[in-house]
Ligand binder design. Structure first.
Ligand SMILES: Cc1cc2nc3c(=O)[nH]c(=O)nc-3n(C[C@H](O)[C@H](O)[C@H](O)COP(=O)(O)OP(=O)(O)OC[C@H]3O[C@@H](n4cnc5c(N)ncnc54)[C@H](O)[C@@H]3O)c2cc1C
Length: 437
């Protein structure tokens, strides 16, 4: 075993969250290294992200975090203070449409939260929705069903009344490129990155984390180690021996996102926007080549495909893809469903309540930004900021477990209590317990 350099912090993982933490720590003068087993930044689950930027969440804190992050995506190049020679990811700011239905109680809670945070929104009846999206049908099919259910496609008596549209949302053109943008921005502040290197051991000295060893035997030392390993987060927490002390835990969940052509003759790529439809249990957004990306919103009818070993899972689409396509066809009757449905299959890193953990651990110096539950790509800028603050304060002696940090959200003039993301919290019953967070 050879000892290499010593750093202020080792960040395990260089997905969108790990790279944003590197950027925020490096700006504060920390000497950081991101270690990733893959060949480049954003090559893990981030690469499969639909990269939808939306602000509506089930909780006030979740909504406030997403709205605050929106301002950084909106001024991405300014925020990064640098230009990536590979190009900059683009924020395609289409706004977001959420359909009102029985399952989301016609968006009463969503409108309350948007109103409380002064986030501009409009209520549209279905005639207004059809004006912008003539391809959408207003029939209600609640509850979402599988195509092999004999009641699949049975219309309810009442149609959908309309939805809520807000302009502060859209999607990022290329999630992997956005992560590379962050790497370049962090490197400009001296951050380092080590790829093709798997963390195989985490070391402790005098009950404090002291560094890691990677698979080739190289040892890297630091008084701070941060677990940002995405769907492998539970494994890293076990390596560090901190999982047992956590009330909220993480595990990997397999998900499929389909990629199908929009109805011919309708330029969905130009006019479409990310949309959420709990009546059929799906979300969708436009994609290049006039395609539609569509994922499941985890309705009860969809079985949960929990994965014990994140290195071993089926990356091909299955009957789940067909179920999503058939449900989407209820809302967009003109879509053609290809015989072989293409798509992306990857893992969410899910917590018990689908709200992430951004926290310290029982092992001094060991931190985690994990359990992003399929919905935290958009929050990366704010996760970078809150983790940098949390780590700095805890390293300076703050007892965050008993005296939680309040983080100021400068664009909203309010604070968020970071106990919201604690590993020691009780399960948050306000959550949707789905990808909606
Ligand atoms: C199909 C899909 C669609 C999604 N859509 C959206 C969306 O529309 N909007 C949204 O906000 N969020 C979305 N998400 C969620 C979002 O993409 C994730 O929350 C986010 O990308 C997680 O980033 P991360 O950096 O935590 O993890 P990752 O990108 O998974 O990065 C973790 C890294 O850790 C590395 N690693 C793991 N173990 C080790 C080890 N032992 N040693 C070294 N390196 C290691 C991995 O190689 C990986 O690169 C989606 C997720 C998926 C899977």
């Amino acid at each position: 075993m050879s000892i290499t350099k010593t750093y202020d912090a080792i960040i395990i993982g260089s997905g969108i969250i790990g790279c944003n933490i590197a950027f925020e720590l490096a700006k504060r003068g920390w000497k950081t290294i991101n270690i990733d087993r893959l060949p480049g930044a954003g090559h893990g689950s981030t690469a499969s992200s639909c990269a939808v930027i939306r602000v509506h969440y089930s909780t006030l804190d979740g909504t406030a975090m997403a709205y605050e992050s929106f301002f950084y995506w909106d001024k991405w190049a300014n925020y990064l203070e640098t230009k990536d020679p590979d190009g900059m990811a683009k924020f395609i700011k289409t706004g977001v449409l959420v359909l009102k239905c029985q399952t989301n109680e016609y968006l009463k809670n969503t409108m309350d939260l948007l109103g409380e945070l002064d986030i501009p929104y409009e209520e549209w009846d279905f005639a207004a929705i059809k004006k912008r999206f003539p391809i959408l049908d207003d029939a209600s099919y609640y509850p979402p069903r599988r195509p092999d259910d004999s009641a699949f496609g049975r219309k309810n008596k009442n149609t959908l009344p309309g939805g809520v549209y807000y302009p502060s949302g859209g999607y990022i053109s290329d999630p992997q490129l956005s992560t590379h943008n962050l790497q370049v921005a962090a490197e400009a502040y001296g951050a380092e990155f080590l790829f093709n290197s798997q963390v195989a051991a985490i070391h402790k000295e005098h009950h404090h984390v002291s560094g890691v060893t990677v698979a080739d035997g190289t040892r890297i030392n630091a008084p701070v180690v941060i677990n940002v390993a995405g769907p492998h987060s539970f494994f890293i927490n076990r390596l560090a021996g901190v999982e047992d002390g956590m009330k909220i835990k993480t595990r990997a969940l397999r998900h499929e996102v389909i990629h199908i052509p929009a109805p011919s003759g309708f330029d969905f790529e130009a006019v479409g926007c990310p949309s959420s439809d709990r009546d059929i249990g799906c979300y969708w957004r436009p994609e290049v080549g006039n395609h539609i990306l569509c994922g499941s919103e985890d309705p009860d009818c969809d079985p949960k495909d929990w994965i014990d070993d994140p290195d071993v899972f089926n990356r091909d689409t299955t009957a789940q893809a067909r179920a999503q396509a058939y449900r989407l066809a209820l809302r967009i009757p003109e879509i053609g469903i290809p015989r072989n449905i293409k798509g992306v299959v990857d893992l969410y890193d899910v917590t018990d309540d689908w709200i992430p953990i951004y926290d310290k651990s029982a092992l001094p110096g060991f931190y985690m930004a994990v359990g992003t539950s399929g919905n935290q790509y958009k929050n990366a800028p704010m996760v970078g900021k809150i983790m940098a603050e949390l780590i700095e304060q805890c390293q300076n002696g703050r007892d965050h477990d008993n005296d939680p940090i309040q983080f100021h959200l400068k664009h909203q003039g309010r604070s968020i209590n970071l106990a919201f993301y604690s590993r020691l919290r009780e399960i948050n019953m306000e959550s949707s317990f789905s990808v909606l967070g």
